[in-house]
Design a protein around this ligand. Structure first.
Ligand code: HAM
Length: 421
């Protein structure tokens, strides 16, 4: 037997309905905030992520699916979406469109990570990016859109944590301070952090090794050393969110695992999954597009991990989505196939989920099958019924049935489904 690749998943029905609902809600709410979908390739030149996410990050240094194509060019299965959005912005001249540009994206990302609950090698993100807006109002909009989307899905216990990473100039000063504070303990840091020390010291702050965490906890947080402009920017974001009654918590030590961020960074944490399994991450990246060779275009956005979001979907939302109202259409005998297909079409257009019997089973077997499918109603089209121009509509939840003229069957069934809500 051939098995799926480690870290990938089959999302089976009815679980897939939850995904459909999350995506429908995202299109409705994020679309409502003006974000339109950009469909990006899954394959990108490796260089794109090396230059944006950063060479010293875990993602680039150990998690990418990178391979040469048949002509020897290095390709990577995208580990995230923001770099592709920036590339597409430059390549398609999207700076020519009215600014700011609001984009959303949906789909799989790939990271070669250690498998655990909520951590997969192929996972899906739902993201938005607003490009061409430097003011704090853009950060506020993005976080408001996020909060509105999560509320629409019934979440009320998620925590948004926020930090200020400062500008790249502040970052250099911060790193200098960090290294001098950690200096006396340098040899106590883990092997990875020894490498980070020279390659990308900021990443020492993401290290999960307990001793490294302890040492980092003693250092001055990044938010304390940021310059005046960056400070005013993020303070304004926080003030405006408070005015909107969107609860955010300052997390002075929050850094994100990608190099392109500056000023505002944020994450969403679920009490159920804990701090290490973040539901959503985002922030501002005003130098990303210019670092890729474009004009200086500021940007801010986020990406939600859809796998994780679905895993912690509130019970009431789950129940609402998974509550199916199925009707089975049961033609008994040869002549009934055509009328059954016609009725099925009418029911589908009326909004029902129809499962038509197509295997030639007996009436008894059909009713047993309807029960297993947990159908709400069954419509029986037997020879005698068809001769009389009627069908039997059976209410499977209450074990009642009535004979209805063929022309009125669809209405009777839809009524019955609605009443069973
Ligand atoms: P990120 O924090 O690397 O940010 O990923 C965003 C979200 O993707 C995470 O919060 C998590 O929910 C989900 N995720 C990441 N890795 C995995 C995994 N192995 N398994 C399951 N879910 C995972 C970004 O990707 C940025 N591009 C976000 C952004 C957009 N910043 C600005 N704009």
């Amino acid at each position: 037997m051939i098995r799926k690749v480690k870290g990938t998943r089959d999302i089976l029905p009815p679980e897939s309905r939850l995904w459909n609902e999350v995506e429908r809600t995202a299109h409705r709410i994020l679309g409502g905030f003006g974000y339109s979908e950009i469909r990006l390739p899954l394959l990108e030149p490796t260089e794109l992520f090396v230059r944006t996410v950063g060479e010293g990050t875990d993602i680039v240094s150990k998690e990418m699916y990178t391979f040469p194509d048949r002509k020897g060019r290095s390709l990577t299965l995208r580990p995230e979406g923001t770099a592709s959005v920036a590339r597409a912005f430059i390549e398609n001249g999207l700076g020519q469109r009215p600014q700011p540009l609001r984009l959303s994206y949906f789909g799989p990302m790939f990271r070669y990570e250690k498998m655990q609950r909520g951590r997969y090698r192929q996972f899906s993100q739902i993201g938005i990016e607003i490009l061409g807006a430097a003011a704090p109002a853009a950060d506020v909009e993005v976080i408001t859109a996020l909060h509105t989307f999560l509320s629409a899905l019934g979440f009320d216990d998620l925590v948004i944590v926020l930090n200020n990473l400062g500008d790249p100039e502040d970052r250099d000063r911060f790193i200098e301070g960090l290294l001098s504070e950690l200096g006396p303990h340098r040899d106590e840091l883990c092997g990875d952090c020894q490498r980070r020390w020279t390659e990308n010291p900021l990443r020492i702050l993401d290290c999960k090794v307990p001793r490294c965490r302890e040492l980092v906890a003693e250092t001055t947080p990044v938010a304390e050393v940021v310059g005046d402009e960056a400070r005013a920017h993020v303070d304004e974001v926080e003030r405006a969110l408070a005015e909107l009654e969107i609860p955010v918590k300052r997390a002075p030590r929050l850094v994100r695992g990608l190099d392109y961020y500056l000023r505002t960074v944020f994450e969403v944490i679920s009490p159920e999954l804990g701090e290490d399994t973040v539901i959503c991450g985002g922030g501002r990246y005003d130098r990303l597009i210019s670092d890729l060779g474009g004009k200086p275009v500021p940007g801010v956005g986020f990406a939600i991990g859809e796998d994780r979001l679905v895993e912690v979907l509130p019970e009431s939302t789950r129940a609402r989505v998974l509550d199916q109202r199925i009707v089975t259409v049961l033609p008994i005998g040869d002549g009934a196939t055509g009328p059954a297909a016609r009725l099925a079409r009418e029911l589908v257009l009326g909004g029902a989920e129809v499962h038509t019997e197509v295997t030639g089973r007996s009436l008894k077997a059909c009713l047993k099958w309807s029960g297993k499918m947990d159908a709400t109603a069954a419509v029986i089209l037997g020879e005698q019924e068809l001769a009389d121009g009627v069908a039997v509509v059976r209410d499977l939840r209450h074990g009642r049935q009535e004979t209805v003229a063929l022309g009125g069957v669809a209405t009777a069934v839809i009524d019955l489904l609605e009443k069973s809500d």
